[in-house]
Design a binder for this molecule. Sequence first.
Ligand SMILES: Nc1nc2c(c(=O)[nH]1)N[C@H]1C(S)=C(S)[C@@H](COP(=O)(O)O)O[C@H]1N2
Ligand SMILES: [Mo]
Length: 205
Amino acid sequence: MRIPPLLFATLSIVSLAITSLGMTSLAQAQSEPNSQGDTQSQSLQLPELTEKPLLTIDGNIRVTNTEKNTLVLDLPMLQAFPAIAFETNTPWSDEKQHFEGVLLADVMAYALASAKLDKAGLEKALTNRNGGITVTALDDYYAVIPWEDLLKYDVIIAYKHNGETISRRDLGPLRIIYPYSQQPETDQLKYHARSVWQLLNLTVE
Ligand SMILES: Nc1nc2c(c(=O)[nH]1)N[C@H]1C(S)=C(S)[C@@H](COP(=O)(O)O)O[C@H]1N2
Ligand SMILES: [Mo]
């Protein structure tokens, strides 16, 4: 049977659309308009995974880069987020310590593909979500960080301690740090216990 040219063109477009719907690339999730209809101001373009994966994010997220619907990040990808650095007292040392990393709120705003890469964007994306993030470490230690911590405090995933990337021996490569000195209400046991070192996995509710 001969397919008329117009019908053929239509069929091709439909099959093209189906093919692209099946894709779950980072770029595509980013360029989807949000529920307000405006395009996402989340202009962040993460590089492809090129190094050893440091962090796996699973659970209720929208932006993924593996067949298991997880988002796996290496150091260059983490460093593509705006860097946050501060010096703070810690429960683990007498001297102030310098940490550099990314806002956990930014990483979550990205993974939830909400709106802006900031706390307002995250807050919008958290409508009708409960709970928080279960943070699991190399030693199987885990803690739950409630969503409100991300909105109230500059909680970071630190990838540098005193200017250096962090070895496992020094409780790296990634660790959760609260701004204990800048937001002193976080300098208490409840938040110390959420300051997971050698973190590997975030499970999102
Ligand atoms: N990976 C990992 N992170 C962790 C822990 C742990 O055992 N493993 N202990 C937590 C607890 S319970 C507290 S209070 C703080 C400080 O622990 P420390 O007082 O034993 O140093 O780190 C937290 N982060
Ligand atoms: Mo603790």
